[in-house]
Design a protein around this ligand. Structure first.
Ligand code: ADP
Length: 329
């Protein structure tokens, strides 16, 4: 469903809701007025009979008459009933419209997710497969010089790694949703960060990664694999979505809570996308115009790991440019 169409349906439901409230208010007021008219007519009728029987009866004594008192109490009960019914109806209407809108939003989200899945996964699956196929065909057709052979084999290996990463990410995100049990253990976070930075630094020699951590070991009860994946995905994104020479800063703070801040000098994330980037398969911009490779699973996996580790994650603009992710344990 297109965003325009879903917005139109939403506005229509708000319009309908507004009309129902107005109509209900009008009918409630009308009922109260008619009920009041009926009471006055009945009182007038009793008055005629009462004055016929006793012309000297005072207005006060008449109003105290048992049948008049009962009539007035019945009227008050009926009026309260009408107002009560209208209030219950409005509350139910509110809850109903709210629930319908919520599940409608969920449906739209699921449809968008499906669309993003098809767009990005199809591309991420097809292009490495096509490259590998082409390389194999080249090998079959021609006898190649040693250097060319090595080049092609390296490309095939890179594409195979890309496919493997995609499959791993898909499996990991499915596991995180349903069947992941974190293995908590006390680990020195400083060491884990240093180790991650060393590994990632080697595969991204053009990037500078700065560390700012307390000198003493900071122990944290957490899942090693989860924390490593979070750090890896955030650092790799900071390098990937960057048009400058990538510079990543990692800060570890102990108080008031243990927090890990990973910031970059990249292209930044617009405010309107800051919530969406954590959604499954969400990638900023149009799939056809995006130059970077990716699936929109990286930050989703980060968010899911943060959730199972009982931590929180926030994304902010970095100064003077770039993105800053703040994780609190
Ligand atoms: P992928 O990198 O596979 O597209 P992610 O889930 O890691 O998926 O990221 C989702 C989107 O968020 C990316 O497509 C990118 O547009 C944006 N993004 C993520 N990290 C950064 C970053 N550090 N700087 C700028 N944009 C980012």
């Amino acid at each position: 469903m297109t965003n325009k169409r879903s917005r139109r349906i939403k506005y229509l439901s708000y319009g309908l809701f507004f009309y129902l409230i107005l109509a209900l208010t009008w009918w409630t007021l009308l009922l109260i007025v008619k009920n009041n008219d009926a009471l006055n007519a009945k009182v007038e009728l009793i008055k005629i009979v009462a004055y016929a029987q006793n012309p000297d009866i005072t207005q006060e004594a008449f109003m105290q008459q048992a049948n008049v008192v009962k009539l007035k109490s019945d009227y008050t009960k009926q009026r309260n009933m009408i107002i009560g019914e209208a209030a219950v109806f409005i509350v139910l209407l509110f809850v109903g419209i709210f629930q319908i809108n919520k599940s409608f939003d969920r449906e739209v989200d699921a449809a968008n997710q499906q669309r993003n899945f098809l767009l990005s996964i199809t591309h991420e699956l097809k292009s490495p497969l096509a490259s590998i196929k082409l390389i194999l065909q080249t090998f079959m057709k021609r006898t190649l010089p040693k250097e060319k052979k090595e080049d092609l084999l390296n490309s095939a290996l890179t594409e195979t790694n890309r496919l493997e990463n995609l499959v791993n990410d898909l499996l990991l995100s499915a596991k995180l949703e349903k069947a992941f049990t974190p293995h908590f253990e006390d680990i020195p976070v400083n060491m884990l960060i240093e180790h991650s930075v060393l590994t990632l630094g080697n595969s991204h020699p053009n990037a500078t990664i700065n560390l700012n951590m307390p000198k003493d070991d900071l122990m944290l009860s957490t899942d090693k694999e989860g924390l490593y994946t979070i750090i890896k995905n955030l650092i790799e994104n900071g390098i990937k979505y960057n048009t400058n020479k990538p510079e990543i800063n990692i800060e570890l703070k102990e108080s008031p809570k243990t927090s890990l801040i990973i910031s970059d000098n990249g292209i930044g994330i617009p405010d309107k996308d800051k919530v969406n980037v954590f959604k499954k398969f969400y990638r900023i911009g149009n799939e056809d115009t995006r130059k970077t490779k990716g699936t929109g699973l990286g930050l989703y996996i980060v968010k899911e790991f943060v959730r199972v580790l009982g931590a929180t994650i926030e994304v902010e603009d970095n100064t003077p440019a770039g993105t800053k992710f703040i994780i609190e344990f």
